[in-house]
Design a protein around this ligand. Structure first.
Ligand code: BES
Ligand code: MN
Ligand code: ZN
Length: 487
C-alpha cells in the first residue's frame, strides 16, 4: 500500500475529520461550494454529532470524490496525537475492504497531521500470507492512502520518523505472527540478519560459542529442542563514543512449558513467546531507518522450550554465565533463565549506560494489569519515568510495580543460590527480582513484562487489530529520541 501527503484532494473516497465542536466541517466546501450548508439538514436529522467512532456517509453526484465520509473524532484534547492516529486508523478500517482503490484523508493543517498517516498505516496491517483461498472480496481494495493537508512540508518531515517507528511495529507484528515451524531460532536469526542492509551490525552466536561463554542457563532451556539455540546481537552506532543503551529481549520461539508441560488449550498462543525479542528487533529497525543519533545494542536470546529425553528437569541446577547457580523448579519459568544470561553478557560486553529488557514473562502480569498496560520494574526512578512518559506518548503504556528484598527472599533455594520460581504470590514481581540478581550494581535497569500486551484475540483499536500488537518498537524508539540523542 502507498502512503502519501498532498495539499489537495485526490482519490475515490474523501474522508473528513469531524469533532464534537465542529461536526459539520467547513472543509466540505472545498469539495463543492456550499456543500456544508446543503448537507446540514441531512446531518442534523441523523445522529451524527462528531463523536468518536461515528460516521456519516454521503454520495456526491458529478465530478470529484465518489464518496464522502465524515469521521467523528470526538473532542480534541491534549492527547491530540492519539486522537489523530485513531482518526487515520478508523479512516482505513472503514474503507479498506470497500472496493474503492484510493482514499484521501483530510488533515487539520498542522504538523501533527503526520500522526493521521501513521495511524492509517498501522490500521492497514494484515498478516494473511498463509491464506491461500482468499477471494478478491476478502482482500483489501485500497491501494493508496493520501493525507491532505495545507502543511505538506511540515507533515512530510514529521512523518519520516513516525513511519520508521511504524515499520518497526510491523516487523514486530510479523515476527510474532509467524508460526513456530517457520520462525525458530535459526530462521529467526536469518530474519534479523536482514537488518544489515540498513547498517545494523548483526552477530549471531550458536550453541558452541554460548557454551564457551558459560551461558548454561539459556542453553538449558533450549536443550530439549532439536533446534539449535542462538543469541543475536544488533549494534546501531549512530552516536558518538558514549556507552550504548542495551535492549534485551526474550525470544522463546515456542514455549510448551518443557517437562513442566503447559495445558493444551491455547498453547498455540505460545508462538508469541518471542514478543519481547520482536520488540527489540523492531526497535533496532526503527532506529536504523531514521538514522537515530544514538548508540544502541539489541540482544535477543532465541530458544525453543520443548519436553524431550534431553530436556532440562525440575531439580536441575545450572551455572549461569554470571557464576550464580539456579535450581530449576519449574521448566515453564524459562524466560528468566534465558534473560539472565543475555543480560549478563550484555553488561560484560557493552557496559551499557542503561539496560532494558522486554519479555512475555509471566501470566501473572495479565492478572494484575490485563491487556492495557505492560508491567514495568526498575531499579532507577529516572529511567522508569522516561519509559512511563514514552509509553504514554506512543500509546504503549507501562505501569510500574514495586520491588524489594521481601520479594527477593522468595527465591531462596535449599540447594543453589536461587530457584527460578517464587511461589504463588506476586509472580511478576518475583520474576523481576530474579532478573535483578543479574544486574550489576550501578547500572540503570528496567524490565518490561509484556505478556498481557504482546497479543490479544480481538481488535483493540483500528490501529491495533487482533492479534500481534507489535508492542515495543514505538516505546523504545521514543525513549531513545527523547532521552538519548541530541536533536
Ligand atoms: N511465556 C510464559 C508467560 C505467558 C503466559 C506469556 C501467558 C503470555 C501469556 C512464561 O514462560 C511462563 O510460562 N510463566 C509461568 C511462570 C510460572 C511457572 C512461575 C506462568 O506465568 O505461569
Ligand atoms: Mn513458560
Ligand atoms: Zn515463556
Amino acid at each position: 500500500m502507498k502512503f502519501e501527503i498532498k495539499d489537495s484532494y485526490v482519490g475515490d473516497v474523501y474522508i473528513l475529520f469531524a469533532t464534537e465542536d465542529e461536526y459539520i466541517p467547513s472543509d466540505l466546501n472545498t469539495i463543492e461550494d456550499g456543500l456544508a450548508a446543503s448537507l446540514t439538514p441531512m446531518i442534523e436529522a441523523s445522529r451524527f454529532r462528531g463523536k468518536a467512532g461515528q460516521t456519516f456517509e454521503y454520495t456526491p453526484s458529478g465530478e470529484g470524490p465518489k464518496k464522502v465520509i465524515l469521521l467523528g473524532a470526538g473532542k480534541l484534547s491534549d492527547d491530540n496525537a492519539q486522537t489523530l492516529e485513531n482518526y487515520g486508523g478508523f479512516a482505513v478500517k472503514s474503507t479498506l475492504m470497500s472496493g474503492y482503490k484510493s482514499i484521501a484523508i483530510k488533515g487539520t493543517g498542522a504538523e501533527e497531521d503526520a500522526r493521521i498517516l501513521a495511524g492509517a498505516r498501522l490500521a492497514s496491517y494484515r498478516f494473511d500470507k498463509y491464506m491461500t483461498k482468499l477471494t478478491d472480496d476478502q482482500k483489501p481494495s485500497v491501494e493508496t492512502v493520501t493525507l491532505v493537508t495545507s502543511a505538506v512540508e511540515a507533515a512530510t518531515k514529521a512523518y519520516g520518523p513516525l513511519e520508521a517507528a511504524v515499520q518497526g511495529t510491523e516487523l514486530a507484528r510479523d515476527l510474532v505472527h509467524e508460526p513456530p515451524n517457520v520462525l525458530y531460532p535459526a530462521s529467526y536469526a536469518d530474519r534479523i540478519r536482514e537488518l544489515e542492509a540498513l547498517g545494523v551490525k548483526v552477530t549471531v552466536l550458536g550453541e558452541k560459542e554460548m557454551t564457551e561463554l558459560g551461558m548454561h542457563s539459556l542453553l538449558g532451556v533450549g536443550q530439549g529442542s532439536v533446534r539449535e539455540s542462538h543469541m543475536a546481537i544488533m549494534e546501531w552506532n549512530g552516536g558518538g563514543d558514549e556507552a550504548p543503551v542495551a535492549f534485551v529481549g526474550k525470544g522463546v520461539c515456542f514455549d510448551t512449558g518443557g517437562i513442566s508441560l503447559k495445558p493444551g488449550p491455547n498453547m498455540q498462543d505460545m508462538k508469541g513467546d518471542m514478543g519481547g525479542s520482536a520488540a527489540v528487533v523492531g526497535a533496532m529497525k526503527s532506529l536504523a531507518l531514521r538514522k537515530a543519533k544514538a548508540n544502541v545494542v539489541g540482544l535477543v536470546g532465541l530458544v525453543e522450550n520443548m519436553p524431550d529425553g534431553n530436556a532440562s528437569r525440575p531439580g536441575d541446577i545450572v551455572y549461569t554465565m554470571s557464576g550464580q547457580t539456579v535450581e530449576n523448579q519449574n521448566t515453564d519459568a524459562e524466560g528468566r533463565l534465558v534473560l539472565c544470561d543475555v543480560l549478563w553478557y550484555a553488561q560484560e560486553t557493552y557496559k551499557p549506560s542503561a539496560i532494558i529488557d522486554l519479555a512475555t514473562l509471566t501470566g501473572a502480569i495479565i492478572v494484575s494489569l490485563g491487556h492495557d498496560n505492560a508491567g514495568l520494574f526498575s531499579n532507577d526512578d529516572t529511567l522508569s519515568g522516561q519509559l512511563t512518559a514514552a509509553g504514554l506518548a506512543e500509546n504503549e503504556p507501562v505501569w510500574r510495580l514495586p520491588m524489594g528484598s521481601s520479594y527477593d527472599k522468595l527465591l531462596k533455594s535449599q540447594f543453589a543460590d536461587m530457584k527460578n520460581i517464587g511461589g504463588p504470590a506476586a509472580g511478576s514481581i518475583t520474576a523481576a527480582q530474579f532478573l535483578k540478581r543479574f544486574i550489576k550494581e550501578g547500572t540503570p535497569w528496567a524490565h518490561i513484562d509484556i505478556a498481557g500486551v504482546a497479543w490479544k484475540s480481538v481488535d483493540k483499536a483500528p490501529t491495533d487489530p487482533a492479534w500481534a500488537s507489535g508492542f515495543g518498537p514505538r516505546l523504545l524508539d521514543r525513549l531513545i529520541k527523547d532521552n538519548y540523542e541530541s536533536a
